[in-house]
Design a protein around this ligand. Sequence first.
Ligand SMILES: *Cc1c(COP(=O)(O)O)cnc(C)c1O
Length: 230
Amino acid sequence: MKVAENLKLINQQIKNACSMVNRAPEEVKLVAVTKYVSIERACEALEAGITDLGENRDEGLIAKWEVLADKPIWHFIGTLQTRKVKNIIDKVEYIHSLDRLSLAEEINKRADRKVKCLVQVNAAGEESKHGLAPEEVIEFIKNLRPFGNIIIAGLMTMAPLTDDQKLLRACFRKLADLRNQIRELQLDFAPCTELSMGMSNDFDIAIEEGATIIRIGTALVGEEGLEGKT
Ligand SMILES: *Cc1c(COP(=O)(O)O)cnc(C)c1O
């Protein structure tokens, strides 16, 4: 499928999900996750009207950045090793995976501007998932005050891989509640307006629960990588 065709379908699903809960589709930013596909496919996405690309590894981001530079807005969405921060810091607009103080320190040190970070939360409490436990998040964010180059733009989570709609909804709702609690603190370094949640198989529920950023790979650009083409 052409990216443009997938995009048309996804835009319709975004509209439908928004209309369920009286939200405007413009409130939802679509990030195309290009980690499984070629630079050519990423280009096709940009030509189809995509503005934001997400990568989860520094090598993948750098390889595409070398060709596309600042044509797209870049989102780093994967686990970030502290020593890799310097490789991506001047290329990305958003880091979705802030999950520890040592990473915040490194981002703060390497950045020459304010970087929009999202705190990754393990909302479902899965053993295998990265991110802070929900009850750790507020204290963690309060401790970021000294880091002048970090803006806490919002929270991010990856829901469990399941078709259990109730479980997915509970997970997204937990993240939204937490985001609201943080906003109420009115910390100048943590406006915390964004909710990055929702992937190919659950973005409609995420939107109904308030997602402002959805990260879609498979349903939008596919997974060429799994066919041996990278
Ligand atoms: C791969 C990935 C996505 C996209 O997943 P799809 O199911 O292919 O849409 C979103 N977020 C993160 C953090 C990812 O690693």
